[in-house]
Design a protein around this ligand. Structure first.
Ligand code: FAD
Ligand code: DHB
Length: 399
């Protein structure tokens, strides 16, 4: 097989890139090692920045979002038992976030891909990339017992943090910046109507908790737990006890309780590999960087990378100039580091640190007091939470 851009991974980054390139008449082959149900059912992020929503609409994948997406113009920060609302729309000239599950985004993008009839291989086994420095790099994999080789002009490594693309880059090329946190998140989906129209980020002496949702009947909640906490240690009753203890506020607000539909523990990490390119391999999304989930930036960064890479590849195919390809990594990393800083700040602001002393605790409370009383501080949070402006215009990718 031959293609212009070989894409490894059918997560948000790979699927969005594939669709943006399709709209520009650029040929792609997408290779994914999991099956379609697994990719669609995986429960992950849920918060889309204003720009991510606009991008999905602009590429014609906004119908589900329009029907089932929940637009939030504000967000609550809760500490010392009180909720404080930050009016994001008022502070940002009308911008908002939209709650729409990552699995729904991925389902919509897979349907859009299928409609193009361009190839998307699920359940590809033993996926490898090679000849990254040559003019035609290659993706090799096995599919239904036959060996495949895809010769490409470029490869997009969109295969997430545990993928094969980043480890295929020779030793010494990448600089890695990493921080692991001494806690994880226990997340649940519950069959319960959300008791608040907007998200609630809670600072509590027993640790962080987050109230979110997926639909008018499904609540999504998170709890700070020790890192690598075995989920078996938590009965459903114990989860609800702890959720309610941390989240209930002095005015009586509390999440609605319901049957737990799904539960799991996620580790917390900050990670950046730079540059996001080696030869003709370009890394995008979690393959290149991970943020702790507190700022809800992971999925949105994957979308931004895809947009910048589409811009660069379009420019190459239309003009023959590699100028945008050469700038890809620097453009993305500027945004990535701002999102890293924001996610790290939100994480350290709201979590209980195991080694924290009374000074750290008072500083956190002062930070929260300032955040919820200063218009400047609220504006800073709001503009980052709804998403900083894109480096690339939609017009430049033909939208
Ligand atoms: P991914 O979504 O990881 O997609 C990569 C794809 O590549 C996958 O489909 C994978 O199966 C495939 N792949 C992997 N290896 C190979 C291979 N060898 N060959 C072929 N294909 C391969 N972000 C938030 O903002 N909020 C959250 O609450 C949140 N929760 C999360 C919970 C978990 C458990 C995880 C892992 C992540 C979470 N994130 C969250 C982060 C967010 O989901 C990611 O940032 C986002 O999925 C990144 O998209 P991506 O396309 O770069 O990578
Ligand atoms: C969700 C996840 C996040 O990481 C976050 O900051 C807000 C909401 C969610 O899954 O709904």
């Amino acid at each position: 097989m031959q293609t212009q851009v070989g894409i490894v991974g059918a997560g948000p980054a790979g699927l969005l890139l594939g669709h943006l390139l399709h709209l520009n008449g650029i040929d792609t082959v997408v290779v994914e090692n999991r099956d379609r149900e697994y990719v669609v059912d995986r429960v992950r992020a849920g918060v889309l920045e204003q720009g991510t929503v606009e991008l999905l609409r602009a590429i014609g994948v906004g119908a589900g979002l329009e029907r089932r997406g929940l637009r939030h113009e504000g967000v609550y920060v809760s500490f010392k038992g009180c909720r404080h609302r930050i009016d994001m729309a008022e502070l940002t000239g009308g911008k908002a976030i939209t709650v729409y599950g990552q699995n729904e985004v991925v389902r919509d993008l897979i349907e859009a891909r299928a409609a193009t009839t361009r190839p998307l291989y699920f359940e590809a086994q033993d996926v490898r990339v090679g000849d990254l420095d040559a003019s035609t790099p290659v993706i090799r994999f096995r599919h239904r017992d036959s060996e495949h080789e895809v010769r490409c002009d470029f490869i997009a490594g969109c295969d997430g943090f545990h993928g094969v693309c980043r480890p295929s880059i020779p030793e010494g090329v990448l600089t890695i910046h990493e921080r692991t946190y001494p806690f994880g998140w226990l997340g649940i989906l519950a069959d319960a109507a959300p008791s608040s129209d907007e998200l609630v980020y809670t600072h509590h002496d027993r640790g962080f908790a987050l109230f979110s949702m997926r639909s008018p009947t499904v609540t999504r909640l998170y709890l700070q737990v020790p890192p690598d906490e075995p989920i078996e240690r938590w009965s459903d009753d114990a989860i609800w006890d702890e959720m309610l203890r941390r989240m209930t506020t002095s005015d009586g607000w509390t999440p609605n309780v319901g049957q737990i539909l799904q539960k799991g523990v996620t580790p917390m990490r900050s990670f950046v590999a730079a540059p996001m390119r080696h030869g003709r391999l370009f890394l995008a999304g979690d393959a290149a960087h991970i943020v702790p989930p507190t700022g809800a930036k992971g999925l949105n960064l994957a979308a931004s990378d895809a947009l910048v890479l589409a811009r660069a590849l379009k420019s190459f195919y239309e003009t023959g100039s590699a100028e945008w390809l050469d700038r890809y990594s620097a453009i993305c990393l500027r945004r990535v580091w701002k999102a890293q800083r924001f996610s790290w700040w939100m994480t350290t602001l709201l979590h209980r640190l195991p080694e924290e002393d009374a000074f750290d605790h008072q500083r956190q409370l002062a930070d929260l007091d300032y955040l919820t009383t200063s218009r400047a501080a609220m504006t800073s949070l709001a503009e980052q939470y709804v998403g900083l402006p894109s480096e690339v215009s939609f017009e430049s990718v033909g939208l």
